[in-house]
Design a protein around this ligand. Structure first.
Ligand code: RTP
Length: 135
């Protein structure tokens, strides 16, 4: 299995609640290697681009307002099969459907406040890493 990188971002509900360290520990304990990390507040333009696949959804503006409402903590992690493994650690979008032991299952409080974003395919991981951290 190839060693690859993925993009992961703790959302404003996660940074506000002070669980960035807990989330980073999970990735470290699972054998991921940290490549980049930084805290930032996303601009509306960045958020609209990040969620462009959802621009037709009725909740799009709410989503943009939410993700720009406070700091996010952006990270690049490296592991074998990093995208798939991180998605399985994160769990499904809706925390109510996420199993205990997944990040959203343990910390998520709503579909919006679901703690964390993780790239859903290697192509998006590459694009998101480049948007947040440059080439
Ligand atoms: P993410 O991109 O944040 O990792 O989430 P995902 O792949 O699990 O889900 P995606 O469909 O890409 O949705 C992105 C984020 O939009 C919010 N959402 N709200 N109100 C709603 O019905 C709704 N549906 C999705 C979630 O915060 C989701 O993480």
């Amino acid at each position: 299995m190839a060693v690859t990188q993925t993009f992961v971002m703790v959302k404003p509900d996660g940074t506000k609640r002070g669980i960035v360290g807990d989330i980073m520990s999970r990735f470290e304990h699972r054998g991921f290697k940290l490549i980049h990390a930084k805290q930032l507040v996303m601009s509306s333009a960045m958020a609209e681009q990040h969620y462009s696949h959802l621009s037709a959804k009725p909740f799009f503006q709410e989503l943009v307002d939410y993700i720009t409402s406070g700091p996010v903590f952006a990270m690049v992690w490296e592991a074998e099969n990093a995208v798939q493994l991180s998605r399985s650690m994160i769990g499904p979008t809706n925390p109510a459907e996420a199993s205990p032991g997944t990040i959203r299952g343990d910390y998520g409080t709503s579909v919006e406040a679901n703690v964390i974003h993780g790239s859903d395919c290697p192509e998006n991981a590459e694009r998101e890493i480049s948007v947040f951290f440059g080439q």
